[in-house]
Structures are given as C-alpha cells and as structure tokens.
Design a protein around this ligand. Sequence first.
Ligand code: MN
Length: 289
Amino acid sequence: MEIKKIAKIFTPPAPHMVGDGFRVHNFFPGGYHIDMNPFFLMDYGSKINFSARKNPRGVGMHPHRGFETVTIAYSGAVAHHDSAGNCGVIYPGDVQWMTAASGVLHKEYHETQYSLQGGPFQMVQLWVNLPAKDKMSKPKYQAIKHSEMAYIDLPNQAGKIELIAGNYQGVKANANTFSPIHVYHARLNKGGKAHFSFPENFNTGFMVIEGAIKVNGSEKADVNHFVYFENTGTAIEIEALDNSIVLVLSGEPINEPIAHYGPFLMNTEAEINQAIADYNQGKFGYLDE
Ligand code: MN
C-alpha cells in the first residue's frame, strides 16, 4: 500500500467566540482554504478554563439548513435544544450528531452543572454537508454516548480506535450517515501505533486533541494541530509520542455545487434565498429564546 503523504500540518488559527460559550479556531473553511469536502467546516475549541457562572454561556437560538452539525465534547459539557423537539447533553467523549436537513432552530450552551462549577472546556464542531437529494429531508438527532461507542482494542496495548461514523477493520459505527465518511477517535498510549487506510479520493485530516503524534514515521504533530493529507496513497501510520487523542476524519467528496450563507449550506443561490425566506416566515418551527 502506498503511503498517504502529509500535505501540511496546520497550526491553530486565531480563535474567535461563537456566542459567549465557544472559543473556537476555525481550521476550515475560514482559517485555511483546504478541501475537506464533505466536511464543510471545523470549529475546534482548544482547552480553556471558564469561570463558574449561574447563567450558562452559549449561543442563542439560530437556524440551520442543508447539512449536519456534529459536536464532540472533550472537557466540560454541552447542552442542546432544537425545534424538532430534541435535546441532550454531551459529556467528555460523547457526540451529538444533529441532522438539520430541511431546517431546525437550535441553541447550544454550557450544561448547567458544568457552568455552575466552571473549569476546563474543550470541544469540536463539524459541519458535514448533505447530498442534494437529502438536504430537504426530515431533521433528526443521534446521541452517541461514549460508553456505547463501538471500538477496537489495538494490539500491544497501543490503545483503541473508537468509531463515531463509518467503519474500521470490519467494525461499524453506530451513527448513520448520508454519504461515505469515517470519523474516529484514536486514543493511544505513549508509544502506541495505529494504522489507517482510506481511498485516495477521500479527503482526510487528523486533529490532535491531546498529546502529540508522529505521522508516517517522520513528521511530528503537536496538540491543537491539524494534519492534512494529500489525495494520493492510502496508508497512514501514527505513533503516539505521549498519551494522545486524535480525531480522525476522512470522507468521499460530494461533487455538487455549494452555496453557503451563514447557517445555511445549499447547492444554489435560489435555495439560499428560499432558506432565508422560510426562516423569516417561521417555517423552521418554534423554539424559546
Ligand atoms: Mn448551531
């Protein structure tokens, strides 16, 4: 198998606040103009300490249409409410997979107990595009608890691969996706190695959440860095230089036009205008502010 070479290792772009609860580094599409299609956006909230507060920080009611938001908590806890009637809290290791599709209103904020205590907070939010045929399907919500996640123990006490989406060495993840994508956590012990194989055309990147790794036996990627791969070769090896957590992303590009405006991700300008009109006319449902 040919090695999938590193295109570039990216440092975290300057952070910005989403609402008052999420301090994020937007690696793409804003920070770096890389092709991670079907992953449209990655906001990475590197670890920071929030002070204790009675009223939870967060981002108030806002719409989405045409894609999925995938939120992963690493420290702290995130709560969510949406107009499709779904709500939930994710704790470290848990994933919230929300398919906005035809449209939801939601709000995202710090969970009450966490907010009262304060402390370290670290998370990721991905926007996963939907194929045109699924953009106006019914919204849905998948809560993927860390304790229920499929995983594989790696040989030689190297650690484990937890499956959030897709499959790894014959084991399938619980989450259903609309196009072929793989999302894993590699939780590796110092010195542990993991191997991956993704098709050449799959856009692939690894986010170092904790620790540090050596990739393909040569280049080192530190915590908070994103390793972006070329579209040649298939095989990747990582070795943990410390106890490490790596978010692994790989997906088949959706080869359809993209029209993006704010919280809407469609195929044409006309569909964006329709989304704005539908939102203004209250067609995304109702949610308390
Ligand atoms: Mn949102």
